[in-house]
Design a protein around this ligand. Structure first.
Ligand SMILES: NC(=O)c1ccc[n+]([C@@H]2O[C@H](COP(=O)([O-])OP(=O)(O)OC[C@H]3O[C@@H](n4cnc5c(N)ncnc54)[C@H](OP(=O)(O)O)[C@@H]3O)[C@@H](O)[C@H]2O)c1
Length: 236
């Protein structure tokens, strides 16, 4: 498998591919990054066409402003993870273009392009969830999925700080918050959002006080995500 742009996301993809038994060959732009990526055990080059020649499928993971420099032309599938760069532009690099989005945790991959079972299986070996979507969804998903780990980390951190603020030691607060965030989906699945709140909040009690004070949270998060998506779209 080839990865053009063995940076933060490209390396995460490369490491996961290698774990799954694929041979990974990649490229970067500078010697400094070539040394860094080589230390991770990848075969790294400064020549993108060499990567294309030696790969069955090519992942593209350069910054949007570097796409113009990537002078490749191939009939092999090219799966681009580049934020905001449309499928039409990737079709200038490959006759089998795909535009995808994921995050550094590879928690899910959303992809658009002509459905292909081989590509589907390859992506399913990289992430537990693979969603074939219309291309127009990839802009909002750049924030919701791509930025997701940073946004959720921010929420997790806020929970830890709220606990520390009422006297819970840092290590205890971190461990409790991690447990809550990792088990919340199962609890919500079982009881529903309202069910979880109603199971915990006694009328006139402590929980409902905290819940009512959190009333602005949904609007704040919605505005934050909306503004981030708006920042992306004019660049596409
Ligand atoms: N990071 C994330 O969480 C995330 C999540 C979803 C999507 N993405 C998307 O993934 C892409 C990469 O993001 P990143 O955070 O991984 O950036 P990054 O760490 O800066 O990695 C980009 C890599 O591309 C290489 N590169 C630049 N120009 C190149 C060229 N002409 N030929 C070959 N390689 C070239 C860079 O090499 P040098 O270091 O030598 O310049 C660098 O290794 C972006 O388009 C971003 O939108 C990122």
């Amino acid at each position: 498998m080839g990865i053009i742009g063995l940076g933060k996301l490209g390396s995460a993809l490369g490491l996961r591919l290698r774990e799954r038994g694929y041979r990974v060959i990649g490229s970067v732009k500078t010697y400094r990054s070539l040394e860094r990526a080589s230390k991770l055990g990848f075969e790294v080059h400064l020549d993108n066409n060499l990567v294309v020649d030696k790969s069955d499928v090519v992942f593209l993971s350069v910054k949007p402003y570097n796409v113009a420099e990537v002078a490749i032309k191939t009939d092999k599938p090219v799966v681009s993870f580049v934020a905001g760069v449309p499928l039409a532009r990737i079709s200038g690099l490959s006759t089998r273009p795909y535009r995808a989005m994921t995050n550094i945790g590879l928690t899910a991959i959303a992809v658009s392009g002509e459905y292909d079972e081989g590509i589907d299986n390859l992506l399913k070996s990289l992430a537990p969830v693979v969603l074939w979507v219309e291309e127009k969804l990839l802009d909002p998903l750049t924030v919701v999925l791509g930025s997701g780990p940073a946004l959720v980390a921010k929420l997790l951190r806020a929970y830890v700080e709220a606990a520390v603020n009422v006297g819970v030691p840092w290590d205890l607060a971190k461990s409790i918050a991690s447990g809550l965030f990792s088990t919340a989906p199962q609890l919500v699945e079982r009881l529903g959002y309202d069910g979880v709140v109603e199971a915990v909040a006694t009328p006139g009690g402590t929980t409902i006080r905290a819940i009512t004070r959190m009333a602005g949270l949904e609007g704040l998060l919605a505005t934050a995500v909306e503004e981030a998506v708006a920042r992306l779209i004019p660049k596409s």
